[in-house]
Ligand binder design. Structure first.
Ligand SMILES: Cc1ncc(COP(=O)(O)O)c(C=O)c1O
Length: 404
């Protein structure tokens, strides 16, 4: 068992894998030659350029296989999932189409919600699907909200804050029955749970390299051939790369690294997932055993194996993160102009603003050890006790009973 004296020796435990992951050794090794020896532009016609282009084509094939696409032609490399999400939403061809409704879940990432705001300024009707208290989109509401005027439905596969897995296949079937297209931001799924764009029946899907031990600044947009491809146009104009759909010199080292990350994710998924789930369950049980007034978000739902979203009543997330300096954990709250606003995900799940401000996200990954989990349990319990000691206990219970 750890005690906090190891902090004095500079120990920091990283439990924020949903925010980003370190590059794996294999990914780094695969990338390195493409920075110096094989550095050529993949669009150049000379021998070195053709070598870089071959590496990109190989990578495209590995990526297609990893996400369950039947052809590499459906894979476009982007600068990340934010860009991929923007390409779908802002790229929607705004022509004579009578379909003007966009349906998204209330708990999407900002890289979906913000482009949706832009779409509503352009005259689209954007409607949000509510979620249950467990953070799952309500399928009855989905069936009511999608109609013959719906152009696109966008629902993420797994939530980045609470880890809930969404019923994407069922949503696709409802949407397609009405002739609407379906986009899934699957960036938190890949490498954590099995993903197949064909099984999910989606038309578009977004992925991010740095969520699965690949480099930052690289992502994937899957676009199904046929009507889906015709429904969106490029949002950037330039040199014609990526079939004129995403111009810009290809980031060959990152593309190669992403493909290696996909390859590793596919081969280690099952063993990695069961170990990570075991550690997450151990973490949650110990936190519940050793602390009072704790809420585990979406505990009854199907969740990502390594994600735990926990509220310690009366302990604001920013105060806890500042106090427990030896562990790196996340919060869904946004800090704007010095004020912390509660996470839209927790609010959509029905929590009051006061309770929503107290959720922290602990996300475990490939390199998390049992020793680190025990260290984090101790550190959090000590910090929660210390912070609660500064305020009357009744205040915590009052929060539970009355909300804000
Ligand atoms: C669900 C989700 N979508 C999109 C993104 C953005 O990904 P990227 O950092 O590759 O732009 C993230 C990461 O923060 C995410 O968790």
């Amino acid at each position: 068992m750890h005690n906090l004296s190891s902090v004095k020796l500079g120990k920091i435990v990283y439990l924020d894998y949903n925010a980003t992951t370190p590059c794996s050794r294999e990914v780094l090794d695969a990338m390195l030659p493409f920075f110096r020896e094989d550095f050529a532009n993949a669009s150049s016609l000379h021998a070195m350029g053709r070598k870089a282009a071959r590496a990109v084509n190989d990578a495209r094939g590995h990526v297609a296989a990893a996400i369950g696409s039947s052809t590499a032609e459906e894979i476009y490399f982007t600068g990340g999932a934010t860009e991929a999400n923007n390409m779908v939403l802002l790229g929607l061809v705004d022509g004579s189409n009578v379909r003007r409704r966009i349906v998204v879940s209330a708990i999407e990432h900002k890289s979906v919600l913000e482009p949706c705001r832009r779409l509503s300024e352009r005259g689209f009707e954007v409607v949000q699907i509510p979620v249950t208290g467990n953070g799952i989109v309500d399928l009855q509401a989905v069936a009511c909200l999608i109609d013959a005027k719906t152009l696109l439905v966008s629902v993420h596969g797994a939530n980045n804050e609470i880890g809930t897995l969404q019923p994407i296949k069922a949503i696709s079937e409802i949407a397609h029955a009405h002739g609407a297209l379906v986009h899934c931001d699957a960036s938190q799924m890949l490498g954590k749970v099995p993903v197949s764009v064909d099984e999910l029946k989606v038309d578009f899907a977004s992925f991010s390299g740095h969520k699965l031990y690949g480099p930052k600044g690289i992502g994937i947009l899957f676009v199904r051939r046929g009507s889906a491809r015709l429904a969106i146009g490029p949002i950037l104009l330039g040199g014609g790369q990526e079939a004129d759909f995403r111009p810009g010199t290809l980031n060959v080292p990152a593309i190669v690294g992403l493909a290696e990350a996909c390859r590793q994710a596919t081969s280690t998924l099952t063993s990695e997932t069961s170990q990570i789930r075991r550690l997450r369950d151990l973490f949650e049980q110990s936190i519940l055993d050793r602390n009072t007034d704790v809420i585990v978000a979406a505990s009854a739902a199907e969740r990502l194996p390594g994600t735990s979203s926990i509220c310690f009543l009366g302990v604001p997330a920013d105060a806890l993160i500042a106090h427990a300096r030896c562990i790196c954990i996340g919060t869904g709250s946004a800090c704007t102009a010095g004020a912390v606003s509660p996470s839209h995900v927790q609010l959509a799940c029905g929590h009051s603003r006061e309770i929503a401000r107290c959720f922290v996200r602990i996300s475990l990954g490939r390199y998390t050890t049992e020793e680190e989990v025990e260290f984090a349990i101790n550190a959090l319990t000590e910090s929660v006790t210390a912070i609660r000691g500064y305020q009357p206990k009744e205040a915590n219970l009052a929060m539970l009973n009355h909300g804000e």
